[in-house]
Design a protein. Structure first.
Length: 77
């Protein structure tokens, strides 16, 4: 992950990749919908979890999350 920069991550999203990642012990899937519009879906659903299951976010929020993402993986088709 040390060599994986935000710019590379952003380019992968821009190229249409769907990417799984862990954030606060919860698994998510993120992908680009259109310019400056990304969808973050919760894959691991925990009981009494305060996080939203589906969220539309901007690139600014994606950049804020990037430093805290763990176990980043591309979705296999």
């Amino acid at each position: 992950m040390e060599d994986y920069s935000f710019e590379k991550f952003w380019k992968d999203l821009d190229d249409g990749y769907q990417i799984y990642f862990d954030y606060m012990d919860i698994r998510y899937l993120i992908y680009k919908l259109k310019k400056n519009c990304y969808k973050k879906e919760m894959i691991t659903v925990k009981e009494k979890c305060p996080h939203t299951r589906h969220e539309i976010i901007t690139l600014k929020r994606v950049k804020e999350l990037f430093d805290f993402m763990e176990n980043i993986e591309y979705k296999a088709f």
